[in-house]
Design a protein. Sequence first.
Length: 239
Amino acid sequence: MPRPALWTAIADRLKAEIAQALYRPGDKLPTEAELAARFGVNRHTVRHALAALAEAGLVHARRGAGVFVAARPTDYALGRRVRFHQNVAASGRTPSRRITRLETRPASPREAEALHLPAGEPVHVVEGVSLADGQPLAAFRSVLPAALLPGFPAVMATEASITAALVACGVTDYTRAETRLTAKLADPVLALALQVQTGAPVLRSVAVNVDSAGRPVEFGTTWFAGDRVTLTVNPDQAS
């Protein structure tokens, strides 16, 4: 019987150590150089073994950070009141957000329609990445009516939470009026933000949120990493 390739044996050894919880979900594996020294092989062999583990969904690479043991998908409820921090915290993980864009510009035709605004009306735009335990779960874009929320950019500049910024601007509650879910493939820019491979599956959510008076206050688009989030939808959920 032919001997298994070295990279296969290394992958099997690491797989067994992950199964024994020697490396737990979210843990960073040793570097390629450290693994090469441990097993007495070159880095190409180690890279082949890590690629096999990634293909099996056991690990994932973060650009510039290393290779990490994959965590179980985060349950994310899409109810009438959807709050990222509450959803992630309820799963036992630590939520955070990285804001990459905050500006005011004219609304696109689609944004104006969703927010019930005249064409070209100014809107605030917030973009960023939502993370759980430091791992990107989703990229997002939120578009809000500037006339209704004139102080939003100044507040958002000091907040990591869009909900908190809305509360500071007088919107104490809002609910989801509409949600559309579509399966997509990550383009290179989205893949970089989510730290996934180009062409990886993502689930796009497009939603309109309204305040207690029924006025649209947010037109949001979120791209969820397909293997990191389990979306649950309950149309009767009130919170």
